[in-house]
Design a protein around this ligand. Sequence first.
Ligand SMILES: [Zn+2]
Length: 122
Amino acid sequence: MDVKDPREGYCKKSVYVASGNWGHSHQCSRKAKVDGYCKQHHPDSEKAREEDRKAEWARETETRKNNRIQEEKDERKRILNPLIAALTEMRSEYALSERAPVDIVDGIIDLVREGLEVPDDF
Ligand SMILES: [Zn+2]
């Protein structure tokens, strides 16, 4: 917002100064450079800063999203890697046994319960 009746030669932007719980607005104390504004308060500068803020916000959002995805992948790996290792071992150990399918299924169930922290009587 601009002041209604700007002092000649000074930036016409109205700036807010906080003071305790209150504050007040007054005309910017810098000299006017372009279009009646100081460099900082020129609409082009304010627009550029706003776009920088938006870009920064978008980067932070993207980083948070990527971190969350990575955490989920790590958690799945933590749960599933032992399962894959155990299945691989069972497969080679029981490959020629008739009991293989039942043992493998029981083993999978145990490992999934463990990985998901599901109690046995669930
Ligand atoms: Zn200014």
